[in-house]
Design a protein around this ligand. Structure first.
Ligand code: CTP
Length: 427
């Protein structure tokens, strides 16, 4: 099985405790992780905690001769897919920018030939200091990815930019910067065959990055808002994250992606053309305008009904609560399936709270699409980072274990690429 390996360098700051959660999420996403903790980092988290969470030996010292005979620092810095520095303190960033190598962490950072992602965390004044700004700029110029810290109240009591981003956001950034390898889940422990063997297996089986060039794919995502009057609307809890992740994964495979997005506060993924809409009818029009397409992946949680919107704000009167007259919205998926411009591959999503597979099978037949990706939304899936999905098609049902939405997106994008290639190969 192929999976990605992360080298995580834990710097010395109060945010180091969040590195423990990050290790847990990386393992849960099916990746292997090796940790290196700086001397400062060891004041905040113990190597034993990181070893237990990573299920791997933790490295602390450059001069540990046993490690040098078993695995030199050069090897340690190279036999991974991505190096992550979290938290990246002002001191670590300064050393990285200056090329100082005075401990194991900084030596690895100088020796590595792999992409480096730095996740800063520090006091707001330190983050805004001209020296740190200079260092960050220099590092970015050198090709290091430096995440923007979050804003908010800090451990020191001050307020501003400098907080470590949430571990889920860091994990998403890790997925974004992993090279063309696949982070498919592993059964059991991450250890096993030697690191060198795993990496060469990754290289050997790595599929070409661009398996969808020239293909146009429409993705819908997010909720729709259906106005009741100029200030009120009907909506649902869709966050849009799964649809955005799918758009991103398809674009990463070289597809031309049109993302028709309901009202969500998410960044447009790189290389994706985004059309913002609010209502179901606007979404239907935008999908229509984006045709023709080779595939359409309809992830949006479209409101089934709209209200007959009042032209002015409905006021509270003595006649009691107003009765909302609901009208059915167009079914974008079903219309697309029946259209003469039907894309070769049509995928719908089904968010269910019970009898997930049975409902998905019925929906597949009713809507006339090729696949239904069904998920159980009775938990906190709609706002959360992870998703457990079942791929339902005429061939049967395939259940995927719980994994981050970005991993679900990559796997689905891979399936879509293979399905389109298979269709193109048909006589
Ligand atoms: N869908 C759509 N247009 C609609 C409603 C749904 O395109 N007006 C699409 C969704 O984007 C999704 C699929 O149809 O891909 C299934 O959506 P869902 O809301 O589960 O289907 P419904 O037919 O509305 O069934 P239910 O009664 O379960 O709400």
């Amino acid at each position: 099985m192929i999976y990605s390996r992360i080298l995580l360098i834990v710097g010395g700051g109060i945010a180091a405790y969040k590195a423990c959660e990050l290790v847990r999420l990386i393992r849960k996403a099916g990746m292997g992780v090796r940790c290196v903790v700086t001397e400062g980092g060891r004041e905040f988290v113990t190597p034993m905690t990181l070893a237990a969470l990573s299920e791997n030996r933790v490295f602390t010292s450059l001069f540990d001769l046993t490690d040098e005979t078993e695995m030199g620092h050069i090897q340690l810095s190279r036999e991974v897919d991505l190096v992550v520095v979290c938290p990246a303190t002002a001191d670590l960033l300064a050393k990285m920018a200056a090329g100082i190598a005075d401990d194991l962490a900084t030596t690895l950072l100088l020796a590595t030939d792999k992409p480096v992602l730095a996740v800063p965390a520090m006091n707001v004044r330190m983050w805004e200091h001209a020296a740190t700004r200079r260092n960050v700029e220099r590092l970015r110029g050198d090709g290091v990815v430096v995440m923007e810290p979050d804003e908010g109240e800090m451990a020191c009591g001050e307020f501003g930019a400098g907080r470590l981003p949430e571990p889920e956001a860091i994990l998403a950034e890790i997925h974004r910067h992993l090279p063309s390898t696949h982070s498919e889940p592993v059964e059991g422990r991450a250890e096993g065959p030697s690191l060198a063997k795993q990496v060469s297996a990754t290289r050997q089986f790595a599929r070409p990055l661009q398996s969808l060039p020239g293909k146009h794919i429409i993705v819908t995502a997010g909720p729709t808002y259906e106005p009741i009057d100029p200030v009120r609307y009907l909506a649902n809890r869709s966050s849009g994250r799964q649809g955005f992740a799918i758009a991103e994964a398809l674009a990463a495979l070289g597809a031309r992606v049109t993302l028709v997005a309901g009202p969500v506060s998410l960044h447009t993924p790189p290389g994706v053309t985004r059309v913002d809409v609010e209502t179901a009818r606007e979404m239907a029009e935008a999908v229509d305008a984006a045709l023709p397409a080779d595939a359409a992946i309809l992830v949006a949680a479209v409101a089934d009904w709209r209200a007959e919107a009042a032209p002015a704000k409905i006021k509270k009167g003595d006649r009691g609560p107003p009765a909302l007259a609901l009208v059915e919205n167009p079914d974008i998926l079903a219309s697309l399936a029946a259209s003469p411009q039907r894309p070769a591959l049509l995928v719908g999503f089904a968010a269910e709270t019970c009898d997930v597979i049975a409902h998905a099978r019925a929906k597949l037949a009713r809507k006339g699409c090729d696949w239904i990706v069904a998920n159980d939304v009775s938990g906190d899936v709609m706002g959360g980072d992870a998703n457990t999905v079942h791929l339902v098609s005429a061939e049967g049902v395939e259940s995927w274990e719980e994994q981050p939405k970005i991993v679900v997106a990559r796997k689905l994008a891979d399936r879509i690429a293979r399905a389109l290639m298979a269709r193109a190969a048909r006589p």
